[in-house]
Each structure stands twice: as structure tokens, then as C-alpha cells.
Design a protein around this ligand. Structure first.
Ligand SMILES: [Zn+2]
Length: 88
């Protein structure tokens, strides 16, 4: 999965409510234990690090790259109405 796909997936999952839009403040980093990544859904194997946090009793696991992508995307403003045309 390339970076563009990962960013698009992060936005889709936040739109669907499958991923939160808040900075968890506190995360755990440890060698992968085989959990599924909350973003790309692939297993996080012991050859990678997993980043984990819990929000409202729900735990999320991410690959480090997936976490960085999600965090960057979650910080963007939510797109609603299209912006005004420049000469309106
Ligand atoms: Zn991932």
C-alpha cells in the first residue's frame, strides 16, 4: 500500500467512524504481536513495531507508518462544503 492509498483509507475510515479523529496523547510502542492494523488491516508481525492506544475502551493497533499517516490525516480539518470560488 502506498502513501496516497494509505491517506485515502485513513480519511474513509474516519468518515465511517472506524477510526477516531482525536490525538490519543498517549500510545504504547512494542514489537508486533500479530494484531491487525486499524488502518491497513494487515497483521503487525514481530518484525515490525506496533503502536497501540485505547480510546473510550476501544483499542487500536497501527504499523508505525500507518499511525503516522492516520495522525497527519486526523489533524486536517473535516471537509464539508466546497470552498467558495475565488471571485464569488
Ligand atoms: Zn498498517
Amino acid at each position: 500500500m502506498n502513501d496516497v492509498e494509505r491517506r485515502r483509507l485513513a480519511q474513509e475510515k474516519m468518515d465511517r467512524g472506524e477510526l477516531p479523529r482525536v490525538d490519543p496523547q498517549r500510545i504504547w510502542i512494542q514489537p508486533g504481536m500479530g494484531e491487525s492494523c486499524a488502518l491497513c488491516s494487515a497483521a503487525i508481525t514481530e518484525t515490525a513495531y506496533e503502536l497501540q492506544f485505547t480510546l473510550r475502551l476501544v483499542s487500536f493497533w497501527f504499523h508505525d507508518a500507518c499511525y503516522a499517516t492516520w495522525l497527519a490525516e486526523s489533524a486536517k480539518p473535516v471537509c464539508g462544503l466546497p470552498s467558495s470560488p475565488p471571485f464569488a
